[in-house]
Design a protein around this ligand. Structure first.
Ligand code: X5A
Ligand code: ZN
Length: 679
């Protein structure tokens, strides 16, 4: 099993800077890299990574995404004097040159290629390259937006060429549109480019028509370019997650990449002078986590923008810590996406429905919308904020205020993320072998006579033996240690899944438990009535009439054998529900006889670990030992097996998911995919 996280950095890339006065470029400073690396060292994260040296990219490698003329022109810059550098710079937009930038740009590409080599050969599972200059704006024959060579575009071509990668996904979460990447792969169906970006109806840099949602790629590449333009500033955690759940992840899973790149710009985080967004640094833990089970875990994150040094350093740490496998923080108080974000989500979903079967049932596109340019969402990722139209003078006033706010903007430092010393504890009958890397759970001491009597009275029949009492006791002891954060997650083979779930939901100290119930068997009524447990029941039966806010049955016509259908339910319903609920514990119960593809079960197990600080407890029927190994692997932090490209889910099911979404979205706004007045 491939393990380890690469960190690729070299101080040399801090050795160029702006040599003249330019208000546009003054934010791109060497300190960006220095503070990011220092934060990784200080927090002990750098030490836990596999450190890999950078190298210079070769001409041939640079030519994978650039013209010879352009490369030859950049090659001359180390010999230019100040005046010549300034003149050369003027040929391009929002960029500067320095005598050492060519050297650094070759190292930035080379660092990215080193990352690809180490990930593709399995020396590490994933990694991050901390580079300067960034890459995603640079084009075949042009430097642009602080970028000289397109690090990620070159690396994607390189992975196709040297490692025969058939499908590459590029997720660009930088706040600017990586138009350079889009141009490079516009007609290429083997590279799926996703970008969200501040757009404001084309009034934000780089002010391109082709950054809008309707640029979907061309020719064979149609459908393989996914743009989600932000038409307002202030987008927050809920907006980012909603785009992942309702646009990116369904498409990415259907595409099924062999390799994932992240154009990891952190100017999309709070406090950034370019982005003006409000997403907090800890959201990048989740964005990273949600991508880590694609491509068998092969994720290459490459730094792009990020200009608030505090926000940047925190966000880099969140990303690397997640790549290393530490539990993600609990994102608090998620609302639904704001109205403007919902419009963007809806536009992207509807324009892409003809290319992606997971979006088939997205509602029809809007009629031409009236201009709503001047409205902005609430600062903290909610749709509840005041939304008044501000015109002319009023807007200028607002901008002044905004500038002032920018300097003062503060947010709490992300909480320290502590991984319990024991990752996975398994409660198995003696006859069942414990998989490597897991610990067989045994409590410090057994139950006293009173405890025995209580367990027997509440959960067992008189006739049941002492061993059953002990098992129930052990189960609650395991839960207790998880809730004390001494053990991260667990798996238990139990004689009766229903009874174990009933016991655990009532014994849990957590105010909120998420129970994911897989299979046809009925959920015990005691749990359904329990207000502190949210039950999501993925089964193959007719819809129950008995649904409530906290009991959500998701029927599947073709049953759990419909991998695409289940994945659709997991990404579009289960995860948004789970994230909004903020559980303190996740129980994943598998009804006996439940037939499910191993990879799908693994995806579910892995994705759910983004919730509840990774406190996942899996319940399997005692005699069903086959899934123990694959489940344990996921609990230990290995990536889930890739599902391969997904086919269309059962059309009846997709229809019923959409109806379910409509019915639930008042209670659970993170399920929304459409702005209120357009529904
Ligand atoms: C990589 C990056 C931003 C350029 C902004 C120019 N570039 N106004 O974030
Ligand atoms: Zn940027």
């Amino acid at each position: 099993m491939k393990m380890g996280t690469a960190l690729i950095y070299d101080e040399e890339m801090t050795k160029y800077k702006l040599l003249w006065v330019d208000p546009v470029c003054k934010i791109e400073v060497p300190e960006r890299l220095i503070v990011s690396y220092e934060a990784l060292v200080k927090s002990g994260l750098a030490d836990r990574c596999v450190s890999i040296p950078v190298r210079e990219a070769t001409d041939a490698e640079i030519l994978l995404a650039h013209s010879e003329e352009y490369l030859e022109a950049v090659k001359k810059t180390p010999y230019m004097h100040l005046e010549e550098l300034m003149t050369f710079t003027q040929k391009y937009g929002d960029v500067y040159f320095h005598p050492n930038i060519y050297h650094c740009a070759k190292l930035a590409v080379g660092a990215t290629l080193q990352l690809v080599d180490n990930v593709m050969t399995g020396k590490v599972r994933n990694g991050m390259a901390l580079v300067r200059p960034p890459g995603h704006h640079s084009q075949s024959s042009a430097a642009n937006g602080f970028c000289v060579f397109n690090n990620v575009a070159i690396a994607a071509q390189y992975a196709k060429k040297h490692y025969k990668a058939k499908r590459v996904l590029i997720v660009d979460w930088d706040v600017h549109h990586g138009q350079g990447v889009q141009y490079c792969f516009e007609d290429d169906p083997s590279v799926l480019y996703f970008s969200w970006h501040r757009y404001e109806h084309q009034s934000f840099w780089p002010n391109l028509k082709e950054s809008d949602f309707d640029s979907v790629g061309s020719g064979k590449g149609a459908g393989f370019n996914v743009n989600v333009p932000w038409n307002k500033v202030g987008m927050g955690n809920s907006d980012y997650l909603a785009v992942f759940f309702h646009v990116l992840l369904p498409v990415a899973y259907e595409f099924s990449p062999d390799l994932v790149f992240i154009c990891a710009g952190f100017d999309s985080a709070i406090g950034d002078p370019e982005g003006h967004m409000s997403a907090t640094p800890d959201i990048f833990a989740h964005l990273t986590h949600l991508l880590m089970n694609l491509a068998d875990g092969k994720v290459c994150a490459v730094l792009e923008g990020g200009y608030n040094l505090t926000s940047l350093a925190q966000s880099v740490c969140q990303t690397v810590q997640t790549l290393l496998g530490d539990p993600a923080p609990r994102p608090a108080q998620l609302g639904g996406a704001c109205e403007s974000a919902l419009e963007s989500i809806h536009s992207a979903r509807s324009i892409h429905k003809k290319y992606w079967s997971c979006l088939q049932h997205a509602a029809a596109p809007f009629p031409e919308e009236p201009s709503s340019k001047n409205r902005r969402p609430a600062q903290q990722g909610g749709s509840q904020g005041p939304e008044g139209d501000a015109g002319g003078d009023a807007q200028r006033e607002e901008e002044k205020v905004e500038e002032k706010e920018e300097e003062e903007i503060v947010w709490p430092e992300p909480l320290r993320r502590v991984a319990p010393s024991l990752r996975s504890a398994l409660l198995l009958p003696d006859a069942v072998e414990c998989p490597d890397g897991c610990a067989r759970f045994s409590p410090a001491h057994g139950p006293g006579p009173l405890e025995r009597a209580r367990l027997r009275k509440s959960y067992l029949k008189e006739s049941e033996d002492e061993a059953s009492v002990t098992l129930l006791y052990n189960l609650t002891a395991l839960l207790g240690q998880m809730e004390k954060n001494e053990i991260r997650n667990g798996l238990a083979l139990v004689p009766d899944v229903s009874m174990a779930a009933t016991l655990l939901t009532s014994a849990s100290l957590s105010k909120r438990v998420l129970l994911v119930w897989m299979g046809e068997g009925p959920v015990p009524s005691q749990i359904i009535e329990d207000e502190k447990t949210l039950v999501v029941h993925i089964d193959s039966m007719e819809p129950h009439e008995a649904h409530s806010k906290y009991y959500i049955p998701i029927p599947l016509k073709k049953g759990c054998g419909d991998t695409a259908g289940v994945m659709q339910a997991v990404l579009g319903l289960l995860l948004p529900l789970g994230y909004q609920y903020e559980p303190g514990l996740v129980l994943l119960a598998r009804w006996p006889g439940y037939q499910v593809e191993g990879g799908l079960w693994q995806q579910l197990t892995c994705l759910l670990q983004g919730l509840a600080l990774g406190h996942t407890l899996v319940l399997l029927q005692e005699n069903e030992t086959a899934p123990v190994g694959i489940t344990a692997s996921c609990l230990l932090g290995n990536a889930a097996l890739s599902l391969g490209p997904l086919v269309a889910p059962g059309p009846e099911d997709v229809g019923s998911f959409e109806r379910l979404r409509l019915r639930l979205q008042t209670d659970w706004p993170l399920l929304q995919t459409t702005a209120p007045e357009k529904r």
